[in-house]
Design a protein around this ligand. Structure first.
Ligand code: NAD
Length: 330
């Protein structure tokens, strides 16, 4: 019998929902917590608590005396470039996410939880190493001197340090991953918090044949994108390893944003042109560096970006159809 009992914080979100499924498939008893239900019904947790992790009393109630063998802390106030890089949400992002991390760690310590995973982000890497779109540097040791280009990145850096401080002072086994643009079905695809892969798919799926789609910036900025299943695989491998991190969990298949838009257009089967417009873009170039991941976990993601985008496109196209059907009925 498997006695493993996990708490997934942020289980109502994209990665949290998929992580719950994975833990369930491994025989865990899973408790999920979030301020909201999973938007797309991706919720297989044994118990799901609606709770605000910014409130220390609520967090204490959720964790204290519940004998969790491990906690996955993914709750954060986050979104894509339209949310993170406009500056309009900086105070909320820092305040809300830092409180979640402070409270979860403190209650985990009080309850004697042995192991905790934290999802940091590639957004904590210094901007000065990501100015050349063709040659960005995001190896783990390049994090300092710190100079993230967003407050979201600064909060991630602070919280990474917080986790390692709890490790040093209280002996909690912490595992810290720096995710690089995770995408896939059942992720936010509309409403302003969506990220580039979902936005590209949505724009291509919604556009009438022969028209154009808008892409922020000159489109020469580069990124890499990791499919959700491989992200969750990396999280589980890190959790079972004897390595604390921080370690990148991302893909090394770098692509320019215009080529990425072209990929979405090709998948849609339509003839669409790209209209580059002014918009929030973040750093000029970013790619995962998986040397440390390979060395420590003896593993790296291998699925092509195109395969993941095809799956994501199909899912988003279905969401759009369902929405249109509801609109017609109303
Ligand atoms: P998401 O927004 O879908 O999930 C985060 C969840 O946290 C949401 O469901 C939200 O409601 C919840 N949450 C926020 N504040 C809360 C609070 N006060 N109390 C309880 N729940 C709260 O985002 P995601 O893409 O699933 O990301 C999960 C984690 O991975 C986040 O920490 C994020 O910063 C990190 N990350 C994600 C990516 C990516 O590409 N998706 C990249 C780097 C890092």
């Amino acid at each position: 019998m498997n006695h493993k009992k996990a708490l997934v914080c942020g289980a109502g979100g994209f990665i949290g929902g998929h992580l719950v499924n994975r833990l369930k498939s491994e025989g865990y008893y899973v408790v999920g917590v979030d301020v909201k239900n999973n938007e797309y019904g991706n919720n297989s947790a044994d118990e799901f608590i609606i709770g605000d992790l910014r409130d220390p009393k609520i967090v204490e109630e959720i964790i204290s005396g519940k004998n969790f063998t491990e906690i996955y802390q993914l709750a954060a106030d986050m979104g894509g470039a339209g949310y993170i890089f406009t500056g309009n949400h900086d105070a909320d992002v820092m305040h809300n996410s830092a409180l979640c991390n402070l409270n979860v760690l403190e209650s985990a310590k009080n309850a004697g939880v042995k192991k905790i995973f934290y999802s940091s982000s590639a957004c904590m890497y210094p901007e000065y190493n990501q100015m050349d779109p063709n040659n960005p540097k995001c190896s783990e040791e390049s994090a300092y001197p710190a100079a993230p280009d967003s407050e979201y990145g600064w909060e991630k850096l602070f919280s990474e340090r917080l986790y390692f401080a709890y490790n040093r002072n209280y002996g909690i086994d912490v595992k810290v991953a720096r995710f690089h643009n995770i995408f896939g079905p059942q992720g936010t695809w509309t409403g302003g918090k969506e990220k580039a892969p979902a936005a590209m798919c949505r724009k291509a799926a919604e556009a009438a044949d022969g028209t154009s789609i808008e892409v922020w910036g000159d489109g020469q900025q580069t990124r890499s994108f990791l499919y959700i299943d491989e992200c969750v695989e990396g999280v589980r491998r890190l959790m079972e390893s004897d390595f604390a991190g921080p370690v990148n969990i991302g893909s090394e298949e770098m692509i320019s944003i215009n080529d990425f838009a072209k990929m979405a257009i090709e998948i849609s089967g339509k003839t669409l042109s790209i209209n580059n417009i002014t918009g929030p873009t973040g750093v000029r170039g970013r790619n995962s560096d998986n040397d440390l991941l390979k060395a420590k976990l003896n593993w790296e993601p291998s699925q092509s970006l195109r395969i993941g985008m095809e799956k994501t496109y199909q899912w988003i196209a279905k969401q759009i159809e369902a929405k249109q059907a509801v609109a017609v009925e109303a």
